[in-house]
Design a protein around this ligand. Structure first.
Ligand code: SF4
Length: 481
C-alpha cells in the first residue's frame, strides 16, 4: 500500500455519543494511508472504554495521539512539525500527554522518546490494545512504549468509532501486514507479517454499518489480494495448516462474494491490490456483482522490467498488461488507477520511457506519483545507492504527472452525455449549492442540490467535465436508493 490520503486532522466522532462519565478528552489525528485512518478509529474505540471522548480542540485535550506515516521522508518531517505545534500548546495546557502511533513509531521505537522530548508514549500498529496500560504508565510519570509486532492481531473484535465520517462511507480493515518485500518499502518492517481477519467478523461489521445508514464500504489492507483466512495465524504458515483448515479457508474473491451477498445494496470498494497477488477470480467476482464498484487501484511502480526486478515486484510489464486486458475484457467500464515511483536507483532514460509507454497502454483514470525517497532499513537503502539526481527525478516526475493529467481528461470525457449513478457524500468544495459524490468508477461528480440529500443514490446526466470532476444535472433517484 502506497496510496497516501491527504494529511487531514481527525477530531470528532460521529457514531459514539460522548459518554457523560467519559470526562477525559482525546485529540487524535492521522497521516498516511487509509489503514492509519482506520486504525485511529480502532484506537478511539479502545480509549472510549477508558473514559476518553474525542475532541477537535487540541488545547483542551488530556491526551494527544498522532498516527504517523513513514512511507517517505516528507511524511516523517510533517509529523515532527506537528510535534513542535504540540510543544507550543503544551505551554498553555501542561497536563496534556502526547503519544505517537503508526509506522514512524514502529520504525523509530525508543529513538522517538530520545529525539522528541514532547513525546510520552510510543505505540506500534499492533499494540493498540495495550494503550490503557501504557497511559497508566504515563500518568504515573513514566514514558511508555510498546512496538511489538503480532502474529495474530487484526483488531477484529473491536468495533471502530467512526471518526471524520460523512455517515455514508466507511473503512473495514480485513488484513494486516505485508509479506512482499518490495525493496523501496518500509511497510513490512513497520506492520509485520500478513494475517487476515475472520470473515464472520467482517460481515458483521458490514451489516452493522448498513444498519447505521452507511451506503459504501472500502475493504482495507496493505495487500488485499493476499487475504486468506484459515482460522487465524500468519499467511506464511498456511502451508502448515490441517487439510480441513485448507479445505475451509476463505480467500479474497470468496470474501468479496460473501460481503457482496450480505448487503446487495451496499457499495463495496477495496484497497490496495498488488498485481503479483491479484487472481483472475477476483476480477470475475467483481464483474458478477453490480454492488462491487468498478474501480481497481493497481499500483505498478514502474513500466520497466529491469526496474520491477530491482524493486522486487514479482511480475513483468507483460504480465501486468494481461491483468489489465482481462479487467477490460470482463468490465470495459472499469476504471484503473496507479502508483508510480520515478528515480528509483539506477533508473535510466530508457526505464523512464518504459514507464511512459506503459501509461500510454493503460491510460489510467488517475494515479499517485512520487519521486523515490530512500527509506532507512529497506533493501534498497541497504543495497542500492540513491544515484538518480534530484533534478532528474523532478523532471521525470513532472513528465508522468503531465501525461497522467492528459489521461485523466481522456477518461472523464467518456462520461459526457452519459447518465451515471452518484452516491451523494457531501457539499461540493467549490459551491454550497451543489452536492458532490462518486460514481462506481470512483470519479467525483457534482450537480445542483435540489431536494436530494447526503447518502442518496441519484442518477446524474453528465454535461461537462474537468480532468478530475464530472459536472451534471440530477435526473431522478437511482433504483438503488
Ligand atoms: S506490496 Fe510492496 S509496496 Fe505494498 S505494502 Fe507490501 S512491500 Fe510495501
Amino acid at each position: 500500500m502506497e496510496k497516501v490520503i491527504d494529511e487531514k486532522k481527525q477530531g470528532t466522532s460521529l457514531n459514539i455519543e460522548p459518554k457523560k462519565e467519559n470526562s477525559r478528552k482525546l485529540f487524535i489525528e492521522s497521516y498516511g494511508c487509509a489503514m492509519n485512518f482506520s486504525d485511529s478509529e480502532i484506537v478511539a474505540s479502545i480509549l472510549a472504554k477508558e473514559g476518553f471522548n474525542t475532541t477537535q480542540k487540541l488545547e483542551e485535550a488530556d491526551l494527544v495521539l498522532v498516527n504517523t506515516c513513514s512511507i517517505r521522508e516528507k511524511a516523517e518531517q510533517t509529523v515532527r512539525k506537528r510535534l513542535e505545534k504540540y510543544n507550543a500548546v503544551k505551554k498553555t495546557n501542561p497536563k496534556m500527554k502526547v503519544g505517537v502511533l503508526g509506522c514512524m513509531a514502529e520504525r523509530l521505537k525508543e529513538k522517538f522518546l530520545e529525539e522528541e522530548k514532547i513525546v510520552d508514549l510510543v505505540v506500534g500498529p499492533d499494540a493498540y490494545k495495550d494503550l490503557p496500560n501504557l497511559i497508566d504508565e504515563v500518568e504515573a510519570g513514566r514514558d511508555a512504549i510498546n512496538v511489538l509486532l503480532s502474529k495474530e492481531e487484526t483488531y477484529g473484535d473491536i468495533s471502530p468509532v467512526r471518526l471524520q465520517t460523512n455517515g455514508v462511507s466507511a473503512f473495514v480493515s480485513i488484513t494486516r501486514g505485508c509479506d512482499n518485500m518490495c525493496t523501496f518499502c518500509v511497510v513490512p518492517f513497520t506492520r509485520g507479517r500478513e494475517r487476515s481477519r475472520d470473515p464472520q467478523s467482517i460481515v458483521e461489521e458490514v451489516n452493522d454499518l448498513w444498519k447505521k445508514g452507511f451506503k459504501e464500504i472500502t475493504l482495507l489492507g496493505q495487500n488485499v489480494d493476499s487475504y486468506l483466512w484459515y482460522g487465524g495465524g500468519l499467511k506464511k504458515d498456511f502451508k502448515k495448516a490441517s487439510e480441513i483448515q485448507k479445505a475451509t479457508a476463505t480467500n479474497f474473491s470468496q470474501l468479496l462474494k460473501l460481503v457482496a451477498e450480505a448487503q446487495p445494496k451496499m457499495r463495496i470498494r477495496f484497497s490496495t491490490s498488488n498485481p503479483q497477488d491479484m487472481t483472475l477470480d477476483v476480477i470475475e467476482v467483481m464483474a458478477n456483482y453490480p454492488n462491487i464498484c468498478k474501480h481497481i487501484h493497481l499500483p505498478v511502480q514502474s513500466g520497466s522490467n529491469r526496474m520491477l526486478k530491482e524493486m522486487n515486484r514479482l511480475h513483468t510489464r507483460e504480465e501486468y498488461f494481461k491483468l489489465i486486458d482481462y479487467i477490460r475484457e470482463l468490465m470495459p467500464e472499469c476504471s484503473i488507477s496507479q502508483d508510480l515511483i520515478v528515480g528509483f536507483p539506477t533508473e535510466t532514460e530508457q526505464d523512464h520511457k518504459d514507464t511512459l509507454s506503459l501509461m500510454e497502454y493503460v491510460k489510467y483514470d488517475f494515479g499517485y506519483m512520487y519521486a523515490y525517497s530512500e527509506r532507512p532499513g529497506t533493501m534498497a537503502a541497504r543495497k542500492l545507492e540513491d544515484d538518480v539526481p534530484a533534478e532528474t527525478k523532478q523532471r521525470r516526475l513532472a513528465e508522468i504527472v503531465k501525461l497522467q493529467r492528459e489521461h485523466n481528461h481522456f477518461r472523464t470525457q467518456r462520461f459526457l452525455g452519459e447518465t451515471v449513478e452518484v452516491l451523494i457524500e457531501r457539499e461540493s468544495k467549490k459551491s454550497n449549492e451543489q452536492w458532490s459524490g462518486r460514481i462506481t468508477q470512483n470519479t467525483v461528480a457534482v450537480f445542483p442540490k435540489e431536494d436530494y440529500k447526503v447518502g442518496e443514490f441519484v442518477n446524474v446526466k453528465i454535461t461537462d467535465c474537468t480532468s478530475a470532476t464530472l459536472i451534471g444535472e440530477a435526473v431522478g433517484y437511482s433504483e438503488n436508493n
